[in-house]
Write a protein that binds this ligand. Structure first.
Ligand SMILES: [Zn+2]
Length: 189
């Protein structure tokens, strides 16, 4: 079976089928996103490069339908998450950056206008056929912060007090953070 994310159909067709796509992909399925994340990680020394950063899970859903009763305005409700490996701009260490993107998009042709749909963001259809993957990828790229940084000061070497000489552990700095995030995720799941 092909990946429905890569199928090309017109927006009206996606909407008419009330298509729901469960996103269960890897970072490596998204070329542009991978290129951006890879370029960021290129700043790291080779031995600090997080292994398997291309294998991060991209998960979420796309729900197609129509915004109006006349079925002239296709829309898609998108929710997608991924945890990317990023370089903290403060301490220059790798860390796990969770990204979440959510949007209600109105899928409009360039010659189409819609008034009174302020709750939607407009996605302009530049081509006849729509590939859902392009929506997911652009949403994730837009969700990337301009400057990625550790949120918690305890995790950031530039913010936490310097360890005493000799007390520095040889574990990877983001292992503890990753464990903590795994615990947090369990808690919220
Ligand atoms: Zn940091």
């Amino acid at each position: 079976m092909g990946d429905p994310l890569r199928e090309c159909r017109s927006a009206a067709e996606w909407a008419a089928g009330a298509q729901v796509i469960e996103i269960a992909n890897k970072m490596s399925d998204f070329e542009q996103l991978s290129a951006i994340v890879g370029a960021d990680l290129a700043a790291l020394e080779a031995d600090k490069m997080p292994a398997g950063w291309r294998d991060s899970d991209v998960a979420g859903t796309l729900e197609f339908g129509f915004a109006d009763a006349q079925q002239l305005l296709p829309r898609v409700k998108c929710r997608v998450t991924v945890t990317v490996d990023a370089v903290c701009q403060r301490c220059l260490e790798a860390f796990k950056l969770p990204l979440e993107a959510e949007a209600d998009l109105l899928l409009l042709r360039l010659d189409q206008e819609a008034d009174g749909y302020d709750e939607y963001e407009v996605w302009e259809l530049e081509e006849k056929l729509l590939r859902p993957q392009d929506i997911v990828e652009e949403m994730l790229i837009m969700a990337m912060p301009f400057s990625a940084m550790h949120v918690e000061s305890v995790a950031c070497k530039a913010l936490s007090p310097k360890p005493e000489k000799g007390a520095e552990k040889m574990t990877t700095p983001f292992a503890a953070l990753r464990d903590q995030m795994a615990k947090d995720n369990e808690g919220s799941a």
